[in-house]
Design a protein around this ligand. Structure first.
Ligand SMILES: Nc1ncnc2c1ncn2[C@@H]1O[C@H](COP(=O)(O)OP(=O)(O)OP(=O)(O)O)[C@@H](O)[C@H]1O
Length: 233
């Protein structure tokens, strides 16, 4: 059973891909990692070290080949696909390098979308939360604009607001500033940091930017599919 303050726990997690039967490549070799509620952590490492693979496992988008993952105390190995979808909707928010906003919908509608999909119905509280978030990321005046009418930085602000819409205890961000200039990257990073402090949301942020990693509480380093010594907890 995971510790109550742990939002995430990985024990001996391995991931191998079949790259043509019977050839298997192991990408992650026994990862032990835990993240506490409210932590703000960077996930760093060279290209190909397995960062995205690890994030996909934690994001419940893929299953580990072996080992155990707990999210919010729930053991994911025990869940079927419906259970994984429910846990993902309730516990996780996502920010990607490319915002992945839906082009036909306004900023506000994009922010409401995950809650709408998860709950299967519209409600006023959901809209109030989304309006508050869009204003909080500095886009009160652009709430009804479509993504194509917004700059790259503004689009990523909407993506951050969308990740927070369901009040998840953990947000996973895969190179969230990788497509932005330094100034805009700093702004987006600061925004995530503010949410971390204001709402107690934990963040796990994949970044290649050492400046941003240094601004996190903790840097978790992957090298060749293993956590660098001393990074385990
Ligand atoms: N679906 C897959 N099938 C086979 N191999 C894969 C698959 N996904 C990833 N890999 C391999 O796993 C290794 C780790 O990839 P991953 O994308 O997780 O690394 P990364 O640290 O995120 O790299 P980058 O910083 O370049 O994004 C790479 O060698 C990659 O080729």
């Amino acid at each position: 059973m995971a510790e109550p303050t742990e939002i995430l726990s990985l024990k001996a997690v391995r991931k191998a891909y079949n790259v043509g039967t019977p050839i298997e490549t192991e990408v992650l070799h026994g990862i032990d990692l835990s993240l506490r509620a409210g932590e703000f952590a960077a996930l760093v490492g060279p290209s190909g070290s397995g960062k995205s693979t690890l994030l996909h496992l934690i994001g419940l988008l893929e299953r580990p080949t072996s080992g155990e993952i707990h999210i919010g105390g729930e053991r994911i190995g025990a869940l079927d696909e419906a259970g994984l979808t429910r846990l993902r909707g309730r516990s996780l928010g996502f920010v990607f390098q490319f915002h992945h906003l839906l082009p036909g919908f306004s900023a506000l509608e994009n922010v409401m979308m995950p809650s709408l999909i998860e709950r299967g119905r519209y409600d006023a509280a959901m809209r109030r939360r989304a309006e508050w978030l869009v204003a909080r990321v500095g886009l009160a005046g652009a709430m009804h604009k479509k993504p194509s009418e917004l700059s790259g930085g503004m689009q990523q602000r909407v993506a951050v607001a969308r990740a927070l819409a369901g009040n998840p205890p953990l947000v996973l961000a895969d190179e969230p500033t990788g497509n932005l200039d330094t100034h805009t990257a700093d702004e987006i990073f600061t925004l995530m940091r503010d949410f971390n402090r204001e709402e107690g949301t934990a963040f796990l942020i994949v970044t290649h930017d050492p400046r941003l990693a240094a601004r996190c509480d903790r840097s978790i380093e992957l090298v060749d599919g293993r956590l660098y010594a001393g990074q385990a907890t």
